[in-house]
Ligand binder design. Structure first.
Ligand SMILES: [Zn+2]
Length: 226
């Protein structure tokens, strides 16, 4: 099976993707096949649309206009991220949003509203809170989504929807003209495979190109990366 060309907006090593966000992890113990802030630079190649993204640990400090936040792993609260974004002049912020218990969808939304010039990629589109994140993307022009993990967990990728509401919502988002331009293909590779989600996406829409490469490239233009 040959895969179409694609950028992976959420991976921890590139796999088969030409470009994308290759995101560091600094967790202990580390996940096999992932890289920390020191190691991730080997993948950085803006010329081909491949951007290494450093990860902010709970007790660390990080320079730079691009960062990945992980409230669920690191426990930081919204006020910390609000001041971090200001202090370091962040331009592009990736935030894990998967089933956070101590962050409400509202906390993510207020951060995006507070920083309209910063692009926010809401990684995983919220898990159980997916409706709130699709709504956020619809109304806030600086909010972008990837459905990684969520589209596996709720059965959209498998084609056997275990929770049809979520599968229908993902289909809705992919065809909604005010949402679709800010949806990115993300896999969470190598924690999950790229090919099954990719082929499901290609089968789901008439023109997969925006989701595979176009939207991602526009995001890089928006934040003047790449
Ligand atoms: Zn991930």
């Amino acid at each position: 099976m040959s895969l179409p060309a694609f950028h992976d907006s959420h991976c921890h090593q590139p796999g088969d993707a030409t470009g994308g966000f290759v995101i560091a992890l600094e967790c202990e113990p580390s996940f096999p096949g992932t890289f920390n802030n020191r190691e991730i630079g080997r993948f950085h190649d803006p010329g081909r649309g491949r951007i290494a993204i450093p990860y902010l640990g709970a007790h660390s400090e990080l320079e730079g206009r691009v960062v990945k936040y992980h409230p669920r792993f690191e426990g930081y609260d919204p006020a910390r991220l609000d001041s971090d974004i200001r202090r370091f002049g962040r331009r592009l912020v990736l935030i894990d949003t998967l089933n956070a218990l101590h962050w409400s969808p509202r906390a993510y939304r207020e951060l995006a509203q507070e920083h309209p010039d910063v692009a926010f990629v809401m990684c995983h589109a919220g898990g159980y809170d997916v409706l709130e994140f699709v709504k956020m993307c619809r109304f806030l022009p600086n909010v972008w989504l990837d459905f990684s993990v969520t589209w596996h967990e709720f059965g959209w990728v498998s084609g056997v929807p275990r929770l049809p509401f979520v599968a229908d919502l993902i289909d809705h988002a992919l065809s909604e003209r005010r949402i679709a331009p800010r949806l990115l293909f993300g896999s969470d590779y190598p924690l999950l495979e790229q090919s099954d989600a990719l082929m499901r996406l290609v089968a789901a829409v008439d023109d997969p190109q925006p989701f595979l490469t176009g939207n991602f490239e526009r995001l890089l233009d928006t934040v003047a990366l790449g």
